[in-house]
Design a protein around this ligand. Sequence first.
Ligand code: HEC
Length: 150
Amino acid sequence: MKFRSILAATMLLTASATPLMAQGDPAEDALNYRLGVFRTMAWSFGPMVAMVKNKMPYDAALFSQHAERVAFLSHLPLEGFIADSRIGDTTAKPEVWTERAEFEIQMDTMISAAEKLFEVSKAGDLDAIRPQFGALGKSCKSCHDDFRTE
Ligand code: HEC
């Protein structure tokens, strides 16, 4: 548990400290920023998947806390996809920049699904959560299928 908290704190620091450490390469900063956000999002996905699949006892407060984080984080990645930032270890396809309207529509789909999941999670009913969690997972996968190379 302690290790997990330290890891979570480190991941949040990595995401939020990036602007302070900016060394003048906007593309690299943007890449680090969006990867930090996506990785922080994935951190919260883990326990939610485990609870939805009955691999971890359902804890309504814990689930809702992670759902709230993902709803907040879902608004953040888009601004990290700045022009000319398809660099380094990125797995973003060129279409992120050439099919921008569709990319943004899929971001909005994820945001709506994440916010709805947080709303639904407050009632603490896992049977109601499952389909909404499925909708959110589908929004991630759909964009990754279209806009990521792997
Ligand atoms: C609108 C498109 C879109 C949506 C929606 C989306 N992603 Fe992504 N995701 C991307 C792109 C593009 C990348 C590649 C970023 C890069 O490497 O520059 C990525 C990368 C990632 C990565 C890899 C980070 C790394 O370490 O390389 C994770 C993890 C991730 N996304 C999780 C999620 C989760 C979880 C969701 C849903 C809650 C989600 N994504 C929704 C487009 C999206």
